[in-house]
Design a protein around this ligand. Sequence first.
Ligand SMILES: Nc1ncnc2c1ncn2[C@@H]1O[C@H](COP(=O)(O)OP(=O)(O)OP(=O)(O)O)[C@@H](O)[C@H]1O
Ligand SMILES: [Mg+2]
Length: 312
Amino acid sequence: MTTILDVQQLFVHFSTSGKVIRAVDGIDISIKRSETLAIIGESGSGKSVLGLALLGLLPANCTVDGIVQYRGADLLTLPENELEMIRGSKIAWVPQNPAGAMNPSMTVGSQIGEPISLHVEKNRTTVRKKVLELLQFIRITPPEERIDSYPYSFSGGMLQRSLIAMGIAGLPELLIADEPTKGIDIMNKQAVSALLQILRKKGITLLVITHDLAFARNLADRIAVMYSGRIMEIRERKSFFDGPLHPYARGMLRSLPENGLHPISGRTRESDKYDGGCRFRFRCTYAIERCKVEPPLIALPEGAAVRCWLYD
Ligand SMILES: Nc1ncnc2c1ncn2[C@@H]1O[C@H](COP(=O)(O)OP(=O)(O)OP(=O)(O)O)[C@@H](O)[C@H]1O
Ligand SMILES: [Mg+2]
């Protein structure tokens, strides 16, 4: 499979109140065409910042460094107008928090229609027809009644699905969705999962950011585990869930209800306290002297990799 997006040595550092927060701290990851890659990791590990960085959507109080290679261009150095064309038409972003992401003063239909009229079709009647089709596709029915509704009248799950519809309206080849199942009930989770499955089968490349392991397990081809701004493990989905390698990843799975709810003890160190060692070693039951030096991402067979000396 060809690579659609290639991220090399990506760093995003925020400067706030005299501290430097190393939200993303040297990420290398490539996404293959038509694959679904799930990025999992605890709160604050840098998942959203990574997603936002890929599309140049970060606020001004940070420095971004690295390369994000897409179709022969580095997205990090593209002029804003060219990036604007790629956002929505080629790569779409579905943000975390659907309620805050929609404009409350515009109808849902006109918001879903915006990327269509920007990137696909100008004729207003055709745009409306396409929006109706999308509403039907995301099971918001009857579409003729819902198209002119405002976001306040939608449930969280309906808003989440509408955001996905907005994302795919411009016919992107890559959809990046940040926590698409967060804060919605089980029925809506299943609906979002089914919707993304359909997109996956249509060949759209998906980068899904989530801390919902069951959701990742259902959907993804590969799993990347993030911890403290770093990738700790990248594996094929089945091998990962059959036997995660990194002690952090093992701990994540052990903390699931079906595995006995054993939480990982300790807390993540603040990123300004990094000392050049493995960032997980203070919480790791396998930590040895050698872990005072941070391991690289160690390549394993079948494209897998793990950042832990246990596998050196
Ligand atoms: N605008 C910002 N200014 C300063 N620090 C920020 C900003 N945005 C994010 N951060 C910091 O960057 C780190 C990574 O945040 P991020 O939102 O990417 O985490 P996350 O993995 O998406 O967490 P969650 O699962 O809770 O969504 C955190 O320490 C966060 O406080
Ligand atoms: Mg997030």
